[in-house]
Design a protein around this ligand. Sequence first.
Ligand code: HEC
Ligand code: HEC
Ligand code: HEC
Ligand code: HEC
Ligand code: HEC
Ligand code: HEC
Ligand code: HEC
Ligand code: HEC
Ligand code: HEC
Length: 361
Amino acid sequence: MSRALLTLLTFITLTPAHADNQINIFTPDDKSRVTNQTVWLVMSTKTNAENIPVILQNKGSKKNKINGKKVIRKGGSFVVHTLLYLEEGLNKVIIGSKAISIFYTPRYRSPKSASAKNKALQNKYSPYLFHTEGKEVLCLKCHKIDRSQSDCLKCHKEVAASEYLHGPLGSGECLACHDPESVPSKFTARFGGEGELCFSCHQESKNKYSNNRFLHGPVGVNQCTVCHNPHSSSFKYQLVAAERDICYLCHDKKRIVGKRIVHKPVKRRGCVFCHDPHSSNHTSHLLQDEQTLCADPRCHPKFAKITINHPIKGHPVSGKQDPLQPERELSCRSCHNPHSADFPFLFSAERYLFCAKCHRH
Ligand code: HEC
Ligand code: HEC
Ligand code: HEC
Ligand code: HEC
Ligand code: HEC
Ligand code: HEC
Ligand code: HEC
Ligand code: HEC
Ligand code: HEC
């Protein structure tokens, strides 16, 4: 018998009935997929739980030994609670010699931004649902899980933890949006969490959007929560990112503001200074038609009604076909990029070449 094998056999026989066999993981399940960044690891053990290392392995932490545990002793066993902070993608949790994998895909994120590798991987993990009979029963010895918001918040502090709190959370109405009768898991968001849920209280928004000619992409497909957190966030209107960054969740930042000179309002006021994030009667979801927008009293009032005589006497600014975009009329943006450009006056070419873009001689 080889020495290595001998050592292995000895090791196996000498190892006591291993503590790990007595670890019983209540939540979450192995190979599950979640959309919230934090999940609770709850397990029961027969031995002193403080001695069992919990290690979180993921892209960011590599090996992150977790110390913060809430251990409740009841009868002969221990119930251990640990909050796991997940990284986007695969997270492995090692508990003694057990291991479980959890896949995290942020809910409030454009699908475009997930890497192709993560997209392929995520299908191997099934969406995790906790509020099933089989799972809840493991907690009911010590916890109430019924219809009162104060109970919800004992386990879900994080949903109300940020500065800007959405109206119904202030008045204790988790169940206005979460259906306690849903199956197989209780508390799923009504209407799938989509627009109709929001419109059930924000009727005036619905009227406004549907009266306008153009709906912005995500609003058109009823996705409010790509931009708004339904609970709370660190940004006004419970936006999922600062207003100045939110459009870049989906639109290419480099293309819009990547040029040398950035138009001041884009830098200082942000995108919603000119665009409506929901719906509009004007092309490109502008708040007003283009020329009225440029001629705003705070901006370039002298352009309010001109149709001719800019940039030189006799030159039209509207009413003629734009030679560069023949399907459109000449207008301010024919010559000035509204966001950023490489040349002064927000031109797309050096001044002496600029006129030649449309005029051959
Ligand atoms: C043996 C009793 C017991 C069992 C079983 C139990 N818990 Fe707990 N849990 C407690 C106690 C006690 C607290 C502390 C309550 C407090 O701080 O007010 C607690 C606190 C928590 C907290 C809040 C921790 C914090 O620090 O904010 C969460 C979340 C939680 N439990 C989830 C669960 C879940 C989910 C289950 C079932 C899978 C479960 N618990 C099973 C006793 C238990
Ligand atoms: C005993 C602790 C506990 C209580 C009380 C509790 N939850 Fe949960 N809930 C969990 C755990 C654990 C998860 C799994 C995700 C995680 O770990 O954060 C979860 C997940 C959820 C989910 C995601 C869907 C699912 O089924 O996994 C929703 C929605 C939810 N809870 C709503 C509520 C609402 C609403 C209440 C109050 C009526 C409530 N919860 C009370 C522990 C609790
Ligand atoms: C305005 C509606 C609304 C209210 C009020 C609300 N939620 Fe939610 N909640 C949602 C939506 C929408 C989702 C996303 C679910 C989906 O899209 O399937 C969600 C998801 C969740 C989740 C899953 C984790 C996550 O962040 O994705 C938990 C847990 C949760 N809610 C708990 C609560 C608790 C606790 C309360 C009360 C304090 C509450 N919610 C109040 C709309 C609401
Ligand atoms: C149960 C009713 C209810 C539901 C459902 C609801 N809201 Fe609200 N919402 C309110 C209340 C109440 C306020 C605070 C009063 C106000 O400012 O209009 C509010 C405020 C807001 C605000 C801030 C408005 C402001 O002017 O500051 C936004 C943004 C918002 N909700 C978005 C949403 C989105 C997105 C959804 C769907 C996920 C949603 N709401 C679903 C009741 C609701
Ligand atoms: C593309 C991102 C985006 C989407 C999608 C989106 N919103 Fe908004 N929403 C915003 C921004 C940005 C603001 C702040 C507007 C401002 O400052 O003028 C806002 C403000 C609001 C407000 C408060 C101000 C107002 O206009 O009344 C409500 C209510 C609101 N949104 C509801 C919704 C609802 C309902 C949906 C889904 C149908 C939705 N939003 C989808 C970005 C978005
Ligand atoms: C969740 C993804 C998402 C977010 C966030 C988002 N958009 Fe959009 N946007 C789209 C989609 C999808 C379209 C429609 C497809 C297209 O025309 O490119 C669109 C179209 C547009 C258009 C019209 C494009 C055209 O060629 O006519 C404008 C303008 C626009 N968005 C501005 C904004 C502004 C401003 C913000 C921030 C307040 C924003 N978007 C945030 C997804 C998004
Ligand atoms: C000073 C007003 C103004 C501001 C601020 C502004 N835009 Fe625009 N935007 C316009 C105008 C005008 C158009 C129409 C251009 C056209 O039709 O060619 C436009 C068109 C667009 C388009 C569609 C055409 C394209 O280039 O894809 C997108 C997307 C867009 N803007 C996104 C944004 C984003 C994101 C921001 C914030 C970083 C922003 N805009 C800030 C005025 C503005
Ligand atoms: C045919 C091309 C063209 C069109 C169309 C055009 N501009 Fe200009 N614009 C120019 C040129 C060239 C200059 C530089 C003039 C100079 O040297 O003073 C300029 C300069 C400007 C300036 C800076 C100097 C000043 O007079 O304040 C502003 C602001 C401006 N344009 C706004 C607009 C607005 C608003 C519109 C739409 C109503 C518009 N432009 C349409 C070519 C154009
Ligand atoms: C975006 C395209 C475009 C650019 C850039 C442009 N123009 Fe024009 N220009 C036009 C159009 C369109 C007309 C009208 C042609 C017509 O009437 O058929 C015009 C007409 C003219 C006319 C004739 C006006 C008249 O009296 O009939 C002159 C002169 C002129 N442009 C000079 C310039 C100069 C100088 C520049 C550079 C500062 C310039 N243009 C830049 C599109 C442009």
